[in-house]
Design a protein around this ligand. Structure first.
Ligand SMILES: [Zn+2]
Length: 414
């Protein structure tokens, strides 16, 4: 998960509906079985942390998550989840049946990391768990297992069935492919009541706004040649530099926040050769999809002008490839899942903050399905670096928060 900005949560729900929800949450928190699950969280912290070290040590780079998915599948079976299986893209799915067949409440955590196989050094250092991916999303994965484990141990049954999903492809080039695949599957696509994505550390965050992005690889190519004898042949690096310069001068609004980043440039082979090609990778982001589309149109127009304006332009070609596309979307005002979470936060004394971020929740939100991404507890820092760390202090509070929210939206059967 990557977060962008932070605003204080504003109360915008109908007062009476909210009072009802708060009453229900307070009632749930007092039920004996629910208490048993709460105690389970406290008494199993050591086991949860051990699992977190174990799962984080299994490599799961984008597109090569299978080994970690297999580990998750084994744990799903151990936790007593039914129909546990892996789908064609290595998403792992398991079920806790409800008293009705559908719709499902979906609880997910992404299995992939931004790291390659060789970078994983995972260890305990005092109260810290250290290692790349330990919080993002080692914390989310073990929270998923803890919820399933505690519910089974405490004998908690819900009205709506619960689907547990450990999905691939959330980070970077993964481009949300795991959650996309899940929502394209006709078994689930129209049957999801709402989704809670567990992503990274933290107890007080709520992501309700899905940050959209589109990413492109833009390349310009020409015949190339010798720097002296072929001088005058169009130079793709110079042309690309001109595109970048004009792109960087586009006026971007602060509200809705909209950004353009040229993150990578490549090109050329030798100082005394006119390059045959140059390329860049560009990331466009906005909370408003129309802004992303507008900047994309400007980028294409600039590219066309620069290429057509080149000397000997007949010899120049350009190519644009979409390498990432995450829809921007927002949770509707008064969404029941947010109302449930807010009531839970007030019950547990958590002061929460709303964020805008790019997470697995982008996909359901863009399809009109209610979804939130929240932290899986503890404190973490340095996500997406080799120095990432996590401290499990008060993890149980976040697990109680997740469980109570799930029970509020799914209904407890007594
Ligand atoms: Zn994450």
């Amino acid at each position: 998960m990557s977060s962008h900005g932070q605003v204080e949560l504003i109360n915008d729900f109908g007062a009476s509906g909210q009072r009802q929800t708060r009453k229900e949450v307070a009632r749930l928190a007092g039920v004996k079985h629910v208490h048993k699950a709460f105690n389970w969280f406290e008494s199993h912290e050591r086991e949860i942390a051990d699992r977190q070290l174990e799962v984080t040590a299994i490599p799961a780079p984008p597109f090569r998550e299978r080994q970690r998915s297999e580990w998750m599948l084994g744990k799903f079976v151990e936790c007593g989840l039914q129909q546990a299986h892996m789908d064609d893209v290595s998403n792992v799915i398991g079920l806790l049946p409800g008293t009705v067949q559908e719709p499902y409440v979906l609880i997910s955590a992404h299995v992939d990391t931004v790291f390659s196989e060789t970078q994983l050094d995972v260890r305990r250092d005092g109260e810290r768990l250290v290692g790349p991916g330990i919080a993002d999303n080692g914390a989310g994965l073990v929270a998923l297992l803890a919820i399933a484990g505690a519910m089974q141990a405490a004998g908690i049954k819900t009205r709506l069935p619960l689907l547990f999903l450990a999905n691939v492809g959330e980070e970077g080039e993964g481009n949300l492919r795991g959650i996309r695949h899940f929502f394209e599957d006709p078994r689930w696509s129209t049957r999801i009541h709402c989704m809670l994505a567990l992503d990274g550390a933290g107890t007080d965050t709520i992501v309700t706004e899905a940050l959209g992005s589109r990413r492109f690889e833009v390349s310009i190519s020409g015949p190339g040649g010798h720097s002296w004898s072929d001088f005058g042949t169009p130079n793709p690096i110079v042309l690309l530099a001109s595109v970048i310069e004009r792109l960087s001068r586009i006026d971007l609004p602060d509200n809705p926040k909209t950004t353009v980043n040229v993150g990578i440039i490549e090109g050329g082979t030798s100082v005394n050769a006119i390059p045959e090609s140059a390329l860049m990778r560009v990331d466009l982001r906005s909370t408003n999809p129309a802004r992303i589309a507008a900047i994309e149109a400007q980028l294409l127009a600039i590219l066309k002008e620069v290429v057509e304006g080149a000397v000997n332009s007949f010899a120049v070609q350009s190519r644009v490839r979409v390498i990432g596309d995450r829809p921007a979307a927002e949770l509707t005002q008064g969404a029941f899942i947010l109302e449930a979470l807010r009531a839970v936060d007030s019950q547990l004394g958590i002061k929460s903050h709303v964020h805008c971020a790019s997470t697995d929740a982008n996909i359901p939100l863009s399809l009109g399905v209610q979804a939130l991404a929240i932290g899986a507890g503890g404190t973490g820092a340095r996500a997406h670096t080799l120095q990432e760390w996590f401290i499990a202090r008060e993890r149980a509070v976040a697990l109680k928060r997740i469980l109570l929210t799930v029970l509020t939206v799914a209904g407890l059967t007594e």
